[in-house]
Ligand binder design. Structure first.
Ligand SMILES: Cc1ncc(COP(=O)(O)O)c(C=O)c1O
Length: 412
């Protein structure tokens, strides 16, 4: 077990982990869906509302200046956290879905034509599939797929052929179903070698692994605040200054405007060009506090903890359930995040997770917004337990006990 994170102490930072459910403790194993929030994030948001609430970029009075400084300060923190060369390259969106839609609908509509190819992988979240399907219907672009192997890796055998002539290669840095960590640099190099742009959906990566957008070398990176200890309602699209400058606005009105006449409008500078309307100010403050919290833990320690706890979980579940429990995705914890999708015999995942709930164990069941991958795996749904900084061996043991209870229940 990692001794770099003091999980016992850390759990106390998360007020929700103190509550009881069904007469027992809350065992939260659904952080790939959304993470819990530390007190510091909650306090930063309520502190903002209690002391500095005002609209941004407009006021000439003290609290409006404070609000603007809070929003832009949060942007600077996010930029540092992901190694962005400049704050203006960090665009606040509603979530990762909106960030990916911005890429497809604003950059894509302006730059893609009928017959242009966009390469995705079979393990993408719907947020990185449907916007491209829409461009297929609207513009006639072609969507190509990098296949996934039975053990949850990408099959890169045909990579050169797949990217040949493509305009976009867009992929998740880490699978939200299998936990697989994708070879980001290799895919970015293949994209650029073929003259395509590289778009990384880092929604599952940024919360769990130190992320440096410069070393990835991608053109766009999207992620979401609520999976990284921050609030809902805020996501991030990072793009190079060059590509953001060459991308038309997505939504229009409010902050993205420099001037409006009866004849037309002129567009604001980066990043406000992409931030139409009043931005998510309190949410940005909360995200900034989440970044502070993760930075204080250290992303190396966060990853080390996750690898070590995932090893423990894979080992424990295998020892207790053997082949009755199928865990999808890479067997080696070093190649994956702490996301474990599993099937127990032929018990439906929803039935499993309903029994888990009786023991306070929160695990998601379903297709995890990755239906094409489910089809490749040959399952309609899985149960998915996902780990984060506030989980420890006792949570994994509680999961194993809950699986045992479900197994006993459904064997009758
Ligand atoms: C890999 C991946 N991409 C995108 C998303 C979408 O995130 P959001 O719902 O916050 O837009 C998720 C969330 O489940 C995800 O796991």
């Amino acid at each position: 077990m990692s001794n770099r994170l003091d999980v016992g102490a850390l759990k106390k930072d998360f007020p929700i982990l103190d509550r009881e459910v069904h007469g027992g403790r809350l065992v939260y194993l659904d952080s790939a869906n959304t993470s819990q929030k530390p007190r510091s994030v909650l306090d930063a948001m309520s502190g903002y509302y209690e002391r500095s609430n005002a609209n941004v970029h407009r006021g000439t009075y003290l609290i409006a200046e404070e609000a603007t400084a809070a929003l832009e300060g949060a942007r600077a923190k996010v930029a540092r956290f992901i190694g962005a060369p400049a704050s203006r390259e960090v665009v606040f969106t509603k979530n990762a879905t909106e960030a990916l839609n911005l890429v497809a609908k604003a950059w894509g509509r302006a730059n893609l034509r009928a017959g242009d190819a966009v390469v995705l992988t079979e393990l993408e979240h719907h947020a990185n599939i449907v916007p491209w399907h829409q461009l297929h219907d609207e513009l006639g672009i072609e969507v190509r797929w990098i296949p996934v192997t039975a053990d949850g890796h990408l099959d890169l055998t045909d990579l050169d052929r797949l990217v040949d002539g493509a305009k976009v290669v867009s992929f998740a840095a880490m699978s939200n179903v299998l936990g697989t960590m994708l070879p980001v640099e290799r895919l970015v190099a293949a994209a650029h070698g073929a003259g395509a742009i590289a778009v990384v959906d880092a929604s599952q990566h940024v919360p769990h692994v130190g992320t440096d957008v410069r070393s990835w070398g991608a053109d766009f990176v999207a992620f979401t605040g609520h999976k990284m200890l921050g609030p809902t309602g805020i996501g991030v699209l990072w793009g190079t200054s060059e590509i953001l400058a060459a991308t038309p606005p997505f939504l229009t009105g409010g902050e993205m405007i420099l001037n409006v006449t009866k004849e037309g409008f002129t567009i604001n500078e980066l990043p406000w060009k992409f931030e139409a309307g009043t931005p998510p100010i309190a949410e940005a403050v909360g995200l900034g506090a989440a970044v502070d919290y993760l930075s204080a833990l250290g992303m190396d320690a966060v990853r080390e903890h996750e690898v070590s706890l995932t090893s423990y979980a894979l080992r424990t579940l295998h020892e207790r359930f053997g082949d009755d429990l199928k865990i999808h995705g890479p067997a080696d914890p070093a190649e994956r995040g702490g996301v474990m999708s599993f099937s127990y015999k032929d018990v439906h995942p929803h039935d499993l997770t309903q029994v888990f709930d009786e023991y306070g164990v929160c695990v998601r069941a379903g297709h995890h917004c990755a239906k094409p991958l489910m089809r490749e795996l040959g399952v309609a749904a899985t149960a998915r337990a996902s780990l984060y900084v506030y989980n420890d061996e006792s949570d994994v043991d509680a999961l194993a006990d809950a699986i045992q209870s479900a197994a006993d229940f459904f064997s009758h």
